[in-house]
Design a protein around this ligand. Structure first.
Ligand code: PEP
Ligand code: MN
Length: 337
């Protein structure tokens, strides 16, 4: 930790800061330059993080040297993490091709969609049973009935299943039926949820919040890791911006950015990022080219009848086409699924 002092900080103020650091059992190293004085602090940075040092008169900036996220960082673990979702490997060159409808609507519709995405090569089936809808009057999901349908259809097509959990109270139920938890964008900073999920061993697909920085995303992953669950897959799904011709703005640089900072796998969801079937294929391919560990796409056999996110769903035929293109790109990247 480095503490940068304001110009013209008085000797009394400096003494006070040094005293506070020593009180915490840490060792300050004073370095007085011509224009600036800085204090290097050696010891457990966690002790300092909890302290509002910035509030002490004379302190201009407090800079951590170690990353705020530790367990998620590349420094902590150099090799790429591989997360097992059922029998599917995610990371380390293996791509998660997650597909399915936004919501589980009925066994019949899900079966139809699952048959198509499986044939196209998807290896994980998705479908929401608890839906975080902007309007309380919109379809909220089938709850446990939806989870049962998802599990049964997943078993029928031999695909592990991922579904969203919105509240810590839903964890035992969702855990019973799903192979992977999804934490949605709206819940990325639901810290109680993150902590509880961290107590399980199930893999988790952690989506980036719509106003979250890459660092925020990694800090949220850190919550899960810190509780003992190492099976986190991150997901870039676009952030809110001034651009209003797409649903969100896809931050593709988050993929190599996260890869530099963290050993965790990161996939891309061009469906929620763009909200537009005409843009999804190009962005899906771009994700593979950028080095993503997978691509998450919403598919519906009849988007006009879908109970949620219909307008952004790809038709099965469109999905098969983009999967064929991604397969070629994956080869170029020495990856596969
Ligand atoms: C979803 O996957 O259907 C969803 C609601 O995604 P997000 O949390 O990214 O908006
Ligand atoms: Mn959706």
């Amino acid at each position: 930790m480095i503490i940068v002092l304001r110009p013209k900080t008085t000797p009394d103020q400096i003494d006070h800061i040094l005293e506070r650091i020593r009180e915490l059992g840490l060792k300050p190293h004073l370095s007085e330059g011509v224009h600036r004085t800085i204090i290097g602090v050696i010891g457990d940075e966690n002790k300092l993080q909890a302290e509002p040092l910035q509030a002490i008169p004379g302190v201009e900036q407090v800079l951590p040297i170690m990353k705020a996220f530790k367990l998620a960082s590349r420094e902590f673990k150099d090799a790429d993490t591989v997360v097992m979702v059922g029998k599917v490997r995610v990371g380390g060159g293996q791509l998660a091709m997650i597909a399915g409808p936004c919501a589980v609507e009925s066994a019949q519709v899900l079966e139809e969609i699952a048959a198509h995405v499986k044939a196209a090569g998807a290896n994980i089936l998705r479908g929401g049973a608890f839906k975080p809808r902007t309007s309380p009057y919109s379809f909220q999901g089938l709850g446990e009935a939806g989870l049962k349908i998802l599990r049964d259809v997943g078993q029928k097509f031999e695909m592990p299943v991922v579904t969203e959990v919105m509240d810590p109270r839903q964890i035992p139920l969702v855990e019973k039926y799903a192979d992977m938890f999804q934490i949605g964008a709206r819940n990325m900073q639901n810290f109680d949820l993150l902590k509880e999920i961290g107590q399980t061993k199930k893999p988790v697909l952690l989506k980036r919040g719509m106003s979250a920085t890459v660092k925020d995303l990694l800090m949220s992953a850190e919550y899960v890791l810190a509780e003992g669950n190492p099976n986190v897959v991150l997901c870039e799904r676009g952030v809110r911006s001034f651009e209003d011709s797409t649903r969100n703005m896809l931050d593709m640089s988050a993929v190599p950015n996260v890869k530099g900072l963290s050993h965790l796998p990161i996939i891309v969801d061009p469906s929620h990022a763009t909200g537009r079937p005409d843009l999804i294929p190009a962005m899906a391919c771009a994700a593979v080219a950028a080095g993503a560990d997978g691509v998450h796409i919403e598919v519906h056999s009849c988007p006009e009848k879908a109970l949620s996110d219909g307008p952004q769903a790809l038709l099965p035929k469109q999905y098969a086409e983009v999967m064929a293109r991604m397969r070629q790109l994956a080869q170029v990247m020495s990856k596969g699924w």
